[in-house]
Design a protein. Structure first.
Length: 153
């Protein structure tokens, strides 16, 4: 639940989440909304979250989408001549001047320094008259030198 609380409390980073835990209002929200009495540290969360392979969540997205499609849930999202609208956006997940991995994207600055970062692309099926959306499986944006088959997915 702590991983979900980071997003629910709009914390920009795990370190920010760790710092906010001492705030009385945040601590009360963690107890009341998420049933977290002893929140883990940012290091503990990072160690647990870093081991999740993004490809392991893809089957869950596919199953939910297939179930929704078979139940004719997509029909309510048709907008233009039977098509659906998809809204997407890229977001950064990690950035460092020192820490990197083979999948990191690299930004080379004019002063010769490098910034290593991870990004992802997220998309949802949307409809202008509906408040709810249908999330699609997020896709990691990888270093092209690392994954030449990225465009084949």
């Amino acid at each position: 639940m702590s991983g979900i609380a980071v997003f629910g409390l709009k914390c920009p980073s795990l370190l920010d989440y760790d710092r906010k835990q001492s705030d009385n209002v945040i601590a009360q929200n963690l107890r009341d909304l998420y049933h977290i009495n002893n929140p883990p540290s940012d290091t503990y969360l990072r160690e647990r979250l870093d081991y999740v392979d993004p490809d392991h969540i893809r089957p869950a997205f596919k199953k939910v989408f297939a179930f929704f499609q078979r139940g004719k849930g997509l029909e309510g999202f048709e907008y233009l001549n039977g098509y659906v609208l998809i809204s997407g956006d890229g977001t950064g997940e990690f950035s460092s001047g020192n820490i990197c991995c083979p999948q990191c994207c690299v930004k080379e600055h004019q002063n010769g320094t490098k910034t290593y970062y991870h990004q992802m692309f997220g998309a949802c099926i949307v409809h202008p008259d509906k408040k709810n959306v249908i999330p699609l499986c997020p896709e990691a944006i990888l270093n092209r030198r690392y994954d030449q088959k990225l465009c084949m997915r």
